[in-house]
Write a protein that binds this ligand. Structure first.
Ligand code: NAD
Length: 352
């Protein structure tokens, strides 16, 4: 069934994990990353149109479950996502997600999708979009500290969008580093597996921190960050869950997605509430500067914002007609006469 005829029949296209893997394999992961990056840039350029709110977080001792809604007035999206660092040791994902894209005019859902893979793709695409404006010109080498589920996506986005060629990998668990290096073999990177975070950051133009630990960790100390470096800090994304020493923040120019959410969840939760930050959308539209000098330390304090998921879902929706990689869900009641919802049950009963 085509995407359009599913809509006409009031069936909701559903992208399963299997469908998502096939979409990535059909299109190619680098092309998907570049495609999502383009949709993110388009949506960040019309930032002021969107309904924006910090995500709604339900915290528990071991993790968090969050709802992330937004709308541009024409389409609406939300994502359900969790973050449970202890899951990995139990053989479960740290982050899982699903989400919905809906039509504001009718209020009907137009797409429901797995978003565990889509989140990894959009987070990496977002990081690369930020780095395109903030990283030193000609960056070739990136350290990745934390070599879990997100890490390969980050590497591939920076490879395809920034031209990163050398990866310096470190994880407290060497098994994770070996997994990451093996998965990225043959993709055009020179890969260096490092024995410490200090070794990983040696000579790096960009440092990506993407660890998972439910505490205020110190993955990077001040002495590890030389002048001119761009830091792509992904793993500090919850109250009480950070990765960078405060001194690094004090000498960095800090760029964020949506300040009201980042001040609660990001690295900047360690700073005064009025510490100056620049909103990334302003850099993308040209109303604020990104990197202005070769010696500046720039920090993208990433927490993940709803508009990125909105962009990723729009990108996905636009791939469905040509890939055909979706199923349909009968999840909208559709009686011939809209007020005859109960009559529809009676007729179904008569036909049984
Ligand atoms: P994961 O559990 O698959 O991997 C995390 C890795 O970090 C593990 O391999 C672990 O061994 C390693 N690690 C933990 N402490 C470390 C330390 N001190 N030094 C080096 N390595 C360490 O998790 P994931 O799915 O890859 O997610 C990583 C982080 O990114 C999580 O904190 C998650 O919440 C966050 N995240 C952020 C965004 C965003 O938009 N900013 C999106 C997705 C995930």
């Amino acid at each position: 069934m085509s995407f359009d005829s599913a809509q006409t029949l009031n069936l909701v296209p559903f992208v399963s994990v299997d469908d998502m893997m096939n979409i990535v394999l059909d299109i190619g992961v680098e092309t998907v990353l570049a495609g999502i990056a383009g949709y993110i840039e388009t949506d960040f350029a019309r930032w002021e149109l969107f309904d924006k709110t910090p995500r709604i977080a339900a915290h528990s001792p071991d993790g968090v479950i969050e709802l992330m809604p937004t709308s541009d007035g024409t389409e609406y999206a939300f994502k359900y996502v969790n973050g449970h660092p202890k899951n990995m040791k139990e053989g479960l994902q740290t982050v899982t997600a699903f989400g919905v894209l809906a039509d504001v005019n009718s209020g009907y859902p137009v797409l429901i999708s797995e978003m565990t893979i889509l989140t990894a793709l959009r987070t990496a695409a977002m990081s690369a979009v930020a780095a395109r404006h903030l990283a030193p010109a000609g960056s070739q080498t990136m350290a990745i500290i934390g070599n879990g589920a997100q890490s390969e996506f980050q590497a591939l986005a920076f490879g395809t969008i920034l031209g990163i060629r050398t990866l310096r990998l470190y994880d407290i668990d060497p098994v994770a580093t070996r997994k990451c290096a093996t998965n990225l073999a043959g993709r055009g990177f020179e890969i260096v597996q490092c024995a410490s975070a200090e070794e990983a950051v040696e000579g790096a133009d960009i440092i990506t921190t993407v660890t998972a630990d439910k505490q205020c960790a110190t993955i990077l100390t001040d002495n590890m960050v030389g002048s001119g470096v761009h830091i792509n800090a992904i793993g500090g994304d919850c109250p009480g869950k950070t990765e960078l020493h405060r001194d690094i923040l004090l000498r960095s120019d800090i760029f964020v997605e949506f300040p009201p959410q980042t001040r609660i969840e990001g690295e900047i939760q360690q700073l005064d509430p009025d510490h100056p930050v620049t909103e990334l959308w302003e850099v993308i539209t040209g109303s604020a500067s990104g990197r202005t000098s070769a010696r500046q330390v720039t920090l993208f304090d990433s927490v993940g914002f709803a508009i990125e998921d909105f962009s990723a879902l729009r990108y996905l929706r636009d791939q469905l007609e040509r890939t055909g990689r979706f199923q349909t869900l009968d999840m909208i009641a559709d009686p011939d006469e809209p007020r005859d919802l109960f009559g529809m049950i009676l007729r179904a009963g008569a036909e049984r």
